[in-house]
Structure formats: structure tokens, C-alpha cells
Design a protein around this ligand. Structure first.
Ligand SMILES: [Mn+2]
Length: 339
């Protein structure tokens, strides 16, 4: 009886964390939940199943969000009536775009991209991700404490393989650890000697304009033309297109941000962002432009080319992503990862 009772608590706690992550509308440094399991286990399958249900009834999630937002505005004592009215009007316009595009799919170009990729890349049959410790949360900063522990306890240096539209580094360590700076915190701390190299791959070549002084052009030439190499505290950080990710044999930690599927310049906004346009065809066409790599391709590449992964972190980072594709990208990426 005691066992069943405890098990019940474990189940409901897990369900609560999972629920809160999946229903997140983006997080700006508030409290957040973290969900842990292993790739392919029953908890992982539950995550995929719930995402699938949410995806197929996406408007239920969006309707609830809209009603919650209206109530939030009503209850907010810091807003005067005029601001409340403006905020409600904005929420209504946002909701109208979401409703109009309730059936939006990826752009056709992504379909061709996937078809071509599957034709040219045959999986070797082994999914290197299965059974790996897995941790997911909305904001990317959830990686920080666990990654620090992992590195501290690691006997040999490991490589950090990231899929992210941003490299999350600064030239120096900033005072506060945030989703946008946690990598530099790691690279400028004493555990940096446990890091072999860092690779950040994404759907585009990440702009490194801000860090011209840190570029290692010799290493770039050795690595190939589709790559930029920056040195943060003398650790090489490779920025490449996910399609060009080489086979990585050394022990690695995978650090995924679903926003790697999209352009890096999307506006960071609570509730995500999307483009408003006067007609449905413009709405679809212009928002399509945000998604640049099929999540299934990204997941397949990581699954097949990272040969010795030790752990996998996933961040939804919904504040940086196009609202219209939140659930679809997450479902396609995670489902492929566990297949
Ligand atoms: Mn990112």
C-alpha cells in the first residue's frame, strides 16, 4: 500500500512537471520546471504522446492560452484601463493570426529538403540516443547546473555538441547566468579544462560578426569552408550548418535548443513571435520563412553522426520561436530522436 501511494506521488509529480513544460508560453527567467527521463523509456514516450495530442488539438491549447491571457490582463493591478484595453486588443489580434493558421504546415521547400535528405542519407540502423539520460525544460539555462556537475565528474574532457540558432556565449563571463550566457559561464570557469571543444550547429550559419577578434581562421580552413571557429577562453567553438555536421566520435554532451530550426533573428517575446499579414496566403508564406531546417533532419543528423553521446539536454526556448510552429517542431524533433 505504501509503495503504491509513493508511486502515485511520483507519477503525479512527473505529470505536473511535464504538463507545465508543454504548456509553457515561454519563460523569461522565472521559476521553471525540469523533466528528466531516458530517451525511449516510458516517460519519454509519454512526453511524445502528450506532444502529439497537443499538436492534433492545437487550438484547444491556444484557446486556453487566449482566455488565460485575458484573465491575466484583467487581474493585473499595475495596468490602468487604457493599457488593459490595448493589451487585450493586441492579444486578440495575435489570437486571430493563430486561429487563421491553425492548419499551417512547414513550407513545401522543407518537404523537398527532407525527401532529398532521406534519399542521400541512409541511417546506419543504430540510434545512439536510445537510453541516454535526457533533461528538458523551456528556458535553455536549465542546462547550466547539470552540465557543470557532469563536467566536474567527468574523468576526461568531453565535447559539447549544440543545436541552437545562438551560441549563447559572451567574450567574458557575465555576472548573471542566463539562457543567453550560460555557455560563457562554463567556458570562463575552472571546469573549462573538462571541455574538448564546442560545436554549435543550426539551420543557418551563425553570424559571428561581433566576435571577429576571436576567430581562429587556421582552424576554420582545416575544418572546411562552411564553418566559423571562435575561441572563447582558448576553447574552440565551431559554428556550422547542421547539414555539414561531421561524424563526432569523441564522448559528447548534446545540448539542443529547438530554435536551431529557425532563423536566429526572430524577436524574443513572451508567447513567441509570428508575422502579421493582411491575407491568409501572405500570413502562411511569410511565417514559413522562419523555419529553415526540417526538425526531423536535424534530429536524424544528431542521432546518426554523434557516435558517443553521454547525455542530452533539450530546451524549448519558445520566446525565441515562431508561435505557429511551436508544437510541430517539438513533436517532429523529439519523435525522431527516440525512433
Ligand atoms: Mn537559441
Amino acid at each position: 500500500m505504501m509503495f503504491l501511494f509513493t508511486w502515485g506521488i511520483v507519477i503525479s509529480k512527473m505529470a505536473k512537471e511535464l504538463e507545465s513544460i508543454l504548456k509553457s508560453i515561454g519563460n523569461f527567467g522565472k521559476d521553471f520546471d525540469v523533466f528528466r527521463c531516458r530517451v525511449g523509456d516510458t516517460d519519454f514516450m509519454e512526453l511524445i504522446e502528450r506532444l502529439g495530442v497537443m499538436l492534433s488539438s492545437r487550438m484547444e491549447f491556444e484557446n486556453q492560452n487566449y482566455l488565460d491571457r485575458l484573465k491575466e490582463i484583467d487581474d493585473d493591478k499595475s495596468m490602468n484601463d487604457e493599457r488593459k484595453r490595448c493589451n487585450k486588443e493586441l492579444s486578440e489580434r495575435f489570437y486571430r493570426i493563430i486561429s487563421l493558421t491553425s492548419n499551417i504546415n512547414y513550407p513545401p521547400t522543407l518537404g523537398y529538403q527532407l525527401e532529398k535528405f532521406l534519399e542521400e542519407n541512409h541511417s546506419n540502423g543504430k540510434n545512439h540516443m536510445l537510453g541516454l539520460p535526457f533533461q528538458i525544460a523551456d528556458p535553455h539555462v536549465h542546462v547550466y547546473p547539470t552540465m557543470v556537475e557532469l563536467l566536474k565528474n567527468s574523468k576526461d574532457p568531453v565535447t559539447i555538441v549544440r543545436f541552437d540558432a545562438h551560441h549563447d556565449c559572451h567574450e567574458k563571463k557575465k555576472k548573471k547566468v542566463s539562457s543567453g550566457s550560460y555557455m560563457s559561464h562554463i567556458l570562463f570557469s575552472s571546469i573549462r579544462n573538462k571541455i574538448n571543444r564546442v560545436i554549435t550547429a543550426s539551420g543557418e550559419r551563425i553570424s559571428s560578426g561581433l566576435f571577429e577578434d576571436l576567430r581562429d581562421r587556421e582552424e576554420e580552413e582545416k575544418f572546411g569552408k562552411n564553418c566559423k571557429v571562435l575561441r572563447f577562453n582558448d576553447i574552440a567553438h565551431y559554428l556550422i550548418n547542421i547539414l555539414d555536421l561531421p561524424v563526432i566520435e569523441e564522448p559528447s554532451i548534446l545540448d539542443i535548443d529547438i530554435d536551431g530550426c529557425e532563423y536566429a533573428w526572430g524577436e524574443a517575446r513572451y508567447g513567441g513571435h509570428c508575422l502579421a499579414r493582411p491575407s491568409l496566403s501572405c500570413l502562411e508564406y511569410d511565417n514559413h520563412e522562419n523555419v529553415i531546417v526540417h526538425p526531423e533532419i536535424a534530429a536524424r543528423i544528431l542521432r546518426d553522426r554523434v557516435k558517443n553521446p553521454e547525455m542530452i539536454f533539450v530546451a524549448l526556448e519558445r520566446v525565441y520561436r515562431n508561435r505557429l510552429f511551436w508544437l510541430k517542431e517539438e513533436f517532429d524533433f523529439l519523435e525522431t530522436l527516440g525512433k
